[in-house]
Design a protein around this ligand. Structure first.
Ligand code: ADP
Length: 519
């Protein structure tokens, strides 16, 4: 069930991330442009409309000023003479009066210029709503208004806007209604401007949206591609943990590249770990095969003959017990080996006085192996020299080396432990005078389960794990281990650790203390 579920999670075909991201960008830009366009459009429109209204109002005011001087109802006969001289001239078919006709006077006929404005259609109505004067443009319809003055904005065909202004004309001296003025402003400039503005805003918005969508698509694709690549590799490794698939370099200098490098490192580490585990399980099962076979052989023997033969019974039971003990020892060593790899996490701040541990181990080993002389020489080691290691581990290290020395000694039953401080490094040497190790084997003895002579070592109870454990321990504490040996003469195992200064040791102790308190 679980498998099919995982399998079902296929690669997203159309990257939803791209679609989502691009849609958001497009929408944001569209909304921003629409808001921006509406604001610009209405501000420009408003400004321009104010100007147009002003033109219409001025026209009406000027006409009214001329016509309210007429005391009676407006008629063709009284309207035309009431207009300015120049206007009259034009209306009578003569050229307008210019400054040249009145040299020296600043004559400027505003009414005329307004009446000749092609945008403005002017009509003067009498009380019977009959057209008594117009300037020739399309005649705006008469409409009753409530007050004396009114202005309205209307839309005519082609979405063009017009402003129509209505004004009742009253005789100046009596206030009697004499007629009506209606001025329609076509606002060609305004309508043209607004039309062009709208056209360009739509065009620019469309271009901007397309350009931004393209740009954001390219940017998002650049980000999504590495993510897709990573998820592809993750899927491959998920399907087959032994897969060698790795994320290729994106040739970019950013967080995604960093993530890819970290993921690759993690995959390599995982692979190494899997390989190590496989190797370890292989080695272990191989090592356990012999004791199990020996026990099985003895049990078979017992089954066939041993029940009646007390000698065989005794021998087989002893042999099986010995093998069981050996297996127990092997299992313990394997556990030690696995633990040795995680030591620096468990005891990060441990500090040990070297001389104390050396004395203790030498004494203990001497007690256990009374037939051996175990010497200790520490003349070159200040008594209070400290190194960064958990003391149990330093003991374990020394026991492994002394034990080996004893196991592989021949006639000269002597082990020398010596220690000294040189160039801030503590050297501990464990020397024996036994069989020694050939040059070829010296490079292999630290490998797991390696034994120079399998059969003989087995006799001595060795599993080939002691030196691997020792090496792992030393490495975990940033130390070094090496061997010097001459076949037939003996061996020297040398371990080195950096010595701690008083200050460093104090700091580590304080840290260990505060860690203890925190727990
Ligand atoms: P074992 O438990 O078999 O001793 P080690 O890892 O401690 O495993 O040692 C690996 C092999 O190195 C041993 O089997 C032995 O052949 C060789 N060896 C280790 N120490 C010594 C020594 N002091 N003298 C001679 N040979 C040694």
């Amino acid at each position: 069930m679980k498998r099919s579920k995982v399998k079902g999670k296929k690669e997203t075909k159309h990257s939803s991330l791209i679609v989502r991201w691009v849609s958001i960008v497009a929408l944001t830009i569209m909304v921003s442009f629409i808001v921006f366009s509406v604001v610009i459009y209405s501000v420009v429109g408003q400004q321009s409309l104010v100007q147009q209204k002003k033109t219409s109002t001025e026209m009406v005011v000027k006409l009214n000023e001329s016509l309210n001087r007429i005391p009676h109802e407006l008629q063709i006969s009284n309207v035309v003479p009431a207009l300015t001289p120049s206007t009259r001239n034009v209306l009578e078919g003569n050229p307008p009066i210019t400054n040249d006709d009145h040299p020296g006077s600043a004559f400027n006929d505003d009414l005329l210029s307004s009446l000749t404005n092609p945008d403005l259609s002017v009509v003067v109505y009498n009380l019977e709503k009959e057209d008594v004067f117009d300037n020739g443009g399309p005649i705006p319809k008469f409409k009753h208004i409530k007050g004396d003055y009114s202005m309205e904005s209307v839309y005519v065909k082609g979405h063009r806007r017009q402003i129509i202004t209505y004004q009742k004309v009253r005789a100046a001296h009596s206030g009697k209604l004499t007629g009506y003025i209606v001025v329609a402003n076509k606002m060609s400039y305004y309508n043209e401007l607004m039309h062009d503005l709208l056209k360009w805003m739509v065009r620019i918005s469309a271009i901007a949206i397309v350009v931004f969508i393209l740009i954001s698509y390219m940017i998002v694709r650049g980000v999504v591609r590495p993510i897709k690549e990573m998820s592809k590799v993750a899927r491959e490794v998920n399907a087959d943990p032994n897969s060698t698939a790795r994320i290729r370099s994106f040739h970019r200098n950013d967080e995604l590249q960093e993530l890819a490098v970290s993921l690759n490192q993690m995959l390599d580490r995982m692979q190494r770990y899997i390989d190590q585990q496989k190797e370890f399980v292989g080695d272990v099962s191989h090592e356990l095969r012999t004791p199990v076979a020996v026990i099985e052989g003895h049990l078979n023997l017992l089954e066939r003959w041993g029940k009646d033969d007390p000698e065989i019974l005794e021998e087989s039971i002893n042999a099986s017990l010995q093998e069981a003990k050996r297996m127990q020892h092997l299992i313990q060593e394997m556990l030690d080996l696995t633990r040795a790899e995680q030591i620096n996490v468990q005891y990060p701040n441990a500090v040990t006085i070297v001389a104390d541990v050396l004395k203790r181990v030498a004494g203990d080993m001497g007690m256990v192996h009374q037939d051996f002389s175990i010497g200790l020489e520490m003349d070159d080691l200040p008594q209070d020299t400290e190194i960064q290691i958990y003391q149990g581990h330093l003991e374990q290290l020394l026991v492994i080396l002394v034990d080996n020395g004893i196991k592989y000694s021949t006639t000269r039953k002597e082990i020398n432990i010596s220690a000294g401080l040189a160039q801030n490094d503590v050297h501990i040497i464990v020397q024996d005078f036994g069989e020694g190790i050939s040059k070829e084997d010296q490079s292999k003895i630290f490998n797991r389960f390696y034994r120079v002579d399998k059969a003989r070592t087995r006799e001595k109870g060795g599993n080939g794990l002691g030196l691997s454990i020792a090496q792992k321990l030393v490495n975990s504490y940033h130390g070094k281990i090496s061997v010097e040996s001459v076949e037939g003469q003996g061996s020297q195992f040398i371990i080195e650790f950096p010595a701690l200064t008083k200050k460093q040791a104090q700091t580590l102790r304080e840290r260990a203390q505060s860690q203890k308190e925190a727990e």
